[in-house]
Design a protein around this ligand. Structure first.
Ligand SMILES: [Zn+2]
Length: 435
């Protein structure tokens, strides 16, 4: 039994269409050995947090370092690529509006994003899949799509090298690349240790890198997002997305209910009165603590085959973790035709309340009620959400960050005992949903 859905894949690179595999001396100025020798790219090295006084250091760091610098580098390079015509359409010309209502969902009409592409089949019932070098991956993009290298500084200070060599042999650089199908201004991809060809799965080191990028940008309108496989990631090569949107996301304004505070100082809350159930991780003694607790939770979801999305908000101070089941429902034929017709893929941005619509009629008729109805389909049920939370807390506790207030101990045994099962509901036949 294999669950699959059909969807139109988003083209994130101009080299995605040409899936030609490895060619030597390919002449496309790619990132592979054929073209990479002698290549140079800007390198931004961020200040590594001292774990002893991390929380404080981060706060001071916000004030004292040239925080605008990452912003200006990123946007300067991004605009330069726009001038060069590397994007598939002009995202600044896409209509966007805030939907009237309590939450302020943001709707964007983006008719160009999925044009001229055939639907592709995606397997949605396996959150962990091995990297496949024959499929499109970011080592196949052109060097012009890469904006800069991003890594921790060796000497504890922010460093910038406008023209640094790409050290392919001794290290695997993490890079920031454009998404050629942007959904907002400055839409980029962060690709950790690109030459290691990691599959789409969170690990501690990579998540810390993403959190560092959010902290370093120090701009509340710059968020990073992550989609697991089965939760609308389309490329199985580890990447985060990020862009600027100069309004609060509805998810950031949603009320929350505190669940617990971990020994690390990280506070965990639940979203309340939001269509998608999810957890919020914030605070902690250091950025590393926050990163480790979130990573443990993500790894737990992956290992239990539960698709999820992550939003890094508030300059890395708050992280939203959202297990979801939309693709699974879609594959099982449980999503209404009305919702399927919109072809909206509820990934991290949609779940956060920035909804990219493909049809003019959906954009014109966008209402809070419609947005809510779509997102409610994405959410786990309350019962399942609590089961998943129990798994997460067990995983975090197991990694010696025992909750101060152990709420899990109070959970009924039946809930705790019934959680070790795969999330995907077994069926009798393979389900393929056609759009
Ligand atoms: Zn090449």
């Amino acid at each position: 039994m294999m669950l699959r859905i059909k969807r139109v894949p988003t083209i994130v690179s101009n080299f995605q269409a040409e899936e030609a595999g490895a060619r030597s001396g390919c002449g496309r100025n790619c990132l592979k050995s054929c073209c990479i020798q002698g290549a140079r790219l800007p390198l931004y090295a961020f200040k590594k947090e001292n774990s002893a006084n991390g929380g404080k250091a981060a706060a001071e760091h916000d004030k004292e370092s040239p925080v605008e610098f990452l912003d200006s580098l990123l946007l300067g390079e991004w605009e330069e690529r726009m001038q060069r015509g590397l994007f598939r359409y002009d995202v600044t010309a896409c209509e966007t509006k805030v939907i009237p209502g309590e939450y302020g969902f943001v709707a964007q009409l983006n008719e160009g994003r999925h044009l001229k592409k055939r639907p592709t089949e995606f397997r949605v019932d396996k959150v962990l899949q091995p990297f496949d070098g024959n499929k499109f991956n970011f080592t196949k993009v052109g060097q012009e799509e890469i904006l800069f290298q991003f890594e921790a500084s060796e000497d504890g200070d922010v460093q910038f090298y406008p023209n640094a060599p790409i050290d392919v042999d001794n290290s695997s650089p993490s890079v920031v690349a454009i998404n050629v199908s942007p959904i907002e201004y400055g839409h980029v991809l962060l690709i950790p240790r690109i030459f290691e060809c990691l599959p789409q799965r969170i690990d501690h080191q990579s998540f810390l890198l993403a959190l560092n990028m959010a902290a370093e940008a120090a701009n509340p309108y710059f968020r990073l997002g992550y989609n697991s496989l089965g939760a609308f990631a389309t490329i199985n090569h580890l990447h985060f997305q990020a862009y600027y949107l100069a309004v609060p996301f509805p998810i950031e304004k949603a009320p929350t209910k505190k669940v617990t505070t971990l020994q690390s100082g990280v506070k965990i809350s639940e979203l309340v009165n939001y269509p998608v159930r999810g957890l919020i991780f914030e605070g902690g003694n250091t950025l590393l603590d926050l990163s480790n607790n979130v990573s443990d939770a993500c790894i737990c979801l992956q290992e239990n085959n539960i698709p999820y999305n992550v939003l890094i908000a508030d300059s890395g101070k708050r992280v939203f973790l959202l297990p979801q089941c939309y693709a699974e429902k879609q594959a099982l034929g449980e999503v209404s035709a009305e919702l399927l017709d919109t072809q909206v893929n509820p990934a991290v941005w949609e779940i956060s309340g920035h909804i990219v619509l493909k049809r003019k009629e959906d954009f014109e008729g966008a209402s809070e009620e419609n947005a809510w109805r779509l997102l409610a389909e994405v959410s786990l049920s309350e019962e399942r959400f609590q089961e998943v939370n129990a798994l997460i807390f067990e995983a975090i506790s197991g990694n010696s960050a025992l909750p101060v207030e152990d709420k899990i101990a109070d959970a009924p045994k039946s809930v705790r005992g019934s959680t070790r099962r795969p999330t995907m509901v077994g069926g009798t036949q393979e389900c393929v949903v056609l759009q």
